[in-house]
Design a binder for this molecule. Structure first.
Ligand code: IPD
Ligand code: CA
Ligand code: CA
Ligand code: CA
Length: 272
């Protein structure tokens, strides 16, 4: 049994609870949506799901710290739960089913220099009827439950001209001076699709997409997704090619195409 298996089981219980809340309000005609100071939407379901996860964690793991997108940091210590109650809020509020609750446990010293990577990650997308999860050292899986699961493996595609690239957002590349590199990358790939949000990473993990890269992320976008990609045999790094600290960018791939992906997104490396 891998370490942190009890925490993985707890993360599934938390995801079940969040699913009930998020599905209950999905497509509700009277869904309350506010605009945050950064002009992005947040719905009552984002807040309710995070509140519920926090209150269950308080009972089950009172000594652990928690960081969530909507309510910030609580507690301190080496063990920290990192929560994105709804990844894909813009989809959620428009009735598009591509959104997920991301739940990770990170442990300082176990996942990247900042402890930003999960040792446990659960990605639950109830409107798609999908869930993905991983525990460090134990592989990545998809299925309905821990006992009804299929192991995930990244693809074996090793040429960009055969590769499928997925992304979520272009904003951010231009101000970082990487937009030309990204557009060149799309031209070099076999196909490019904006599956978006957590879904790009999960498709890398299950081998239906080969590379993806995102600007403008936060730790809660990456903590659960990174452990799933890695445990499926892929690479998940910042644009320097190291496993964190992440800043706002992330690159994920099947591993075989990772160095090429990084070369396109780092103008200084392209001429080398
Ligand atoms: C967003 C999604 C999106 C990314 C944004 C994030 P949210 O998260 O991950 O793919 O491009 O930068 O903020 O707000 O839907 O949880
Ligand atoms: Ca997010
Ligand atoms: Ca969110
Ligand atoms: Ca948000």
């Amino acid at each position: 049994m891998p370490d942190f298996y009890d925490d993985l089981r707890l993360a599934h219980i938390l995801a079940d609870a969040a699913d009930a809340v998020t599905m209950d309000r999905f497509k509700a005609l009277d869904l309350k949506v506010e605009t945050k100071p950064d002009m992005t939407p947040v719905s009552e379901a984002d807040k309710a799901a995070e509140e519920l996860i926090r209150s269950q964690l308080q009972r089950a793991r009172p000594r652990d710290a928690v960081l969530g997108e909507e309510y910030g940091t609580e507690g301190s210590g080496a063990r920290r739960w990192i929560i994105d109650p709804i990844d894909g809020t813009k989809n959620y509020v428009r009735g598009v089913p591509v959104w997920a609750t991301l739940i990770a446990l990170s442990v300082r010293g176990e996942g990247g220099p900042e402890g930003d990577d999960g040792v446990v990650g659960v990605v639950s997308a109830p409107a798609l009827g999908r869930r993905w999860w991983a525990v460090k050292g134990g592989g990545a899986y998809t299925g309905r439950s821990l006992s009804a699961a299929t192991r995930l493996h990244v693809s074996g595609v090793d040429r960009l001209s055969d590769a499928s690239l997925s992304y979520s957002s272009l904003s951010g590349w231009e101000e970082q001076g990487r937009l030309d590199g990204f557009l060149d990358l799309t031209r070099a790939c076999w196909r490019t699709r904006a599956y978006g949000d957590f879904w790009s990473y999960m498709m890398v993990a299950e081998g239906s997409v080969d590379i993806c890269a995102e600007p403008e992320l936060s730790v809660w976008d990456m903590a659960a997704t990174s452990v799933v990609v890695r445990e499926a045999g892929g690479r998940f790094t910042n644009l320097a090619g190291t496993p964190g600290p992440y800043g706002e960018n992330a690159a994920a791939s099947n591993g075989l195409l990772h160095e090429e992906l990084l070369r396109y997104l780092n103008p200084t490396r392209r001429s080398v």
